[in-house]
Ligand binder design. Structure first.
Ligand SMILES: Cc1ncc(C[n+]2csc(CCOP(=O)(O)OP(=O)(O)O)c2C)c(N)n1
Ligand code: SF4
Ligand SMILES: [Mg+2]
Length: 348
């Protein structure tokens, strides 16, 4: 008698019919246990769960172990690995050439806060629509673990060298300069990081996510303030982050008295639990004060610190046409001979 063969279950797909496999990249060459690998995993999950078409994503990075990581997620997306510290100018050009795509930048604390600082600050003040992730381990991992500009004062290298310079807080800087969605997370906090990434995908404007991402090879020892152990002991969550995407039922129950509800551009909702009455994530001063207070106490504050959904993006400020500039036909970008002649007459 013939035995019935069971039909294998259909693979799980997202809202655009793709499997999580469609969001994967090449095999990582980073050290086992490197925080950057966990961040790549969360990026894959967030893009899958939000149903972003892989070919609609542009991945941008600089130089460093962190900047290599876009090779390890979304092979089907477009990718540009720039010169060290120059990702912001490449991203600005790419977004202006095609603002209909989702831009995702991945950089390191060295790539951003040292060689790339000049470029970083100008990106933040323009509110260019993109997500900018700093995989922050306090060292230049790729060049064997020298201190970066985000290393805390008093932290110690494996060689015993103590850092005696104050750190640059990239979140504080981004808020001061004009970024409109600013937060910090930890590569070891799966739930918080995934939620923040999904909310970031629904925001229109510059998102800066500083993700503490321990370097297991050069900065995970006693005396480091960017180690797994230090983060487990000093991570102070500013308020639980919740996110309801526009394609789900937004009436999900929440207590208005204890939660800030911020409607994002695509109709999604970011929900932040209130921890105290003086903190308001839509108020820059509140956000900056909280970060400064946390520094004084030696805590690493994580969560979404600041959101502003009212500020026009750089694309809106420039009044760009709806279509990608890079795809406009010559007839729309080249002034006619009559227009040139007219201009020349006026200049004479
Ligand atoms: C112009 C230039 N200067 C210096 C270097 C050497 N270099 C390569 S990566 C790097 C720092 C990387 O640190 P970070 O951005 O924190 O990335 P990580 O490796 O820690 O993830 C440096 C200084 C370089 N490649 N190019
Ligand atoms: S050296 Fe550090 S930052 Fe680079 S891959 Fe290894 S653990 Fe990650
Ligand atoms: Mg680094």
């Amino acid at each position: 008698m013939a035995t019935a063969t069971a039909t294998p279950p259909a693979p799980k797909t997202n809202r655009i019919g793709l499997q999580v496999l469609d969001y994967r990249g090449g095999k990582t060459t980073l050290c086992a246990g490197c925080g950057h690998n966990a961040i790549s995993e969360r990026i894959i999950d967030a893009l899958y769960e939000m149903g972003i078409q892989p070919e609609r994503l542009m991945k941008l990075s600089g130089i460093g172990c962190s900047s290599k990581s876009p090779a390890y997620f979304l092979s089907r997306a477009h990718s540009f690995n720039s010169v060290h510290g120059r990702m912001p100018s490449v991203a600005t050009g790419a977004v202006l050439a095609n603002h209909t795509m989702q831009a995702l930048g991945v950089s390191g604390d060295g790539d951003t806060a040292s060689i790339g600082m000049g470029q970083f600050v100008h990106l933040m003040r323009r509110n260019l629509p993109m997500i900018y992730i700093v995989e922050d381990n306090g060292v230049y991992g790729l060049t064997k673990g020298q201190f970066s500009a985000t290393a805390d004062i008093g932290s110690k290298l494996k060689t015993g060298v103590i850092n005696d310079l104050p750190p640059v807080d990239l979140c504080q800087l981004a808020i001061e300069l004009g970024a409109t969605f600013v937060g910090r997370s930890f590569s070891g906090d799966k739930k918080q990081l995934l939620t923040m990434l999904k909310a970031a995908l629904a925001h229109k404007g510059t998102v800066l996510l500083d993700v503490i991402s321990p370097c297991v090879t050069f900065n995970d020892h006693e005396g480091s303030t960017k180690s797994y152990k230090f983060m487990q002991e000093h991570d102070e969550v500013i308020g639980e982050v919740g996110f309801v995407p526009s394609f789900e039922d937004i009436s999900v129950d929440y207590d208005e008295g204890s939660t800030y509800d911020v409607e994002l551009h695509d109709g999604s909702h970011l929900r932040l639990r209130k921890l105290n009455d003086s903190y308001n994530p839509t108020d820059r001063e509140s956000a900056l004060n909280s970060l400064m207070e946390a520094h004084k106490k030696g805590e690493v504050l994580t969560g979404v610190f600041y959101v502003n959904t009212k500020q026009p993006t750089f694309v809106e400020l420039l009044n760009l046409v709806d279509e990608p500039l890079g795809q406009l036909p010559e007839s729309r970008i080249r002034p006619s001979k009559a227009a040139f002649d007219d201009l020349m007459t006026k200049l004479m």
